[in-house]
Write a protein that binds this ligand. Structure first.
Ligand code: NI
Length: 140
């Protein structure tokens, strides 16, 4: 088994806010991400696929295919968008980096796991240089 990773990038706006909480509590819990008039992040998404190299190509997965898949199915839906308002798969969810990674996994996993030799192994999503989440598809 060997892992291969493709990095993609997008910019998106969001706000972390609960209508059922007071303004004070929202600001206390979500800090700057509770800003009423939105704010943006420069997201870096690392998609790691694990598998065995195809004997003909030597590839675990064709990176051109993986890049196109991520761009078409994920980046185009998120880049320069408002996560709370514009993105169908984030509707009704808190626009946290954790939830975003989980939803991206749901989109990519079935598209990658169709090949017999590889599967989606890990998503690493940077919200800032210092804050990132890692997701392995485990729901508990
Ligand atoms: Ni934020």
């Amino acid at each position: 088994m060997i892992c291969i990773t493709r990095k993609e990038h997008f910019n998106a706006a969001h706000k972390l806010w609960r209508e059922d909480w007071s303004e004070e509590k929202n600001i206390e819990v979500f800090g700057k991400c509770a800003n009423a008039n939105w704010h943006g992040h420069n997201f870096d998404l690392y998609v790691t696929v694990k598998g065995t190299p195809n004997p003909e190509t030597g590839f675990v997965i064709d990176l051109k295919f993986l890049s196109k898949l991520i761009k078409e199915r994920v980046v185009e839906k998120l880049d320069h968008k408002n996560l709370n308002m514009d993105v169908d798969f984030m509707r009704g969810k808190m626009a946290s980096t954790e939830n975003l990674a989980i939803e991206i996994w749901k989109i990519l996993e079935p598209e990658i796991n169709i090949f017999g030799n590889c599967k989606l192994y890990k998503l690493k999503l940077y919200e800032t240089e210092r804050n990132y989440v890692e997701y392995y598809g485990e729901t508990t």
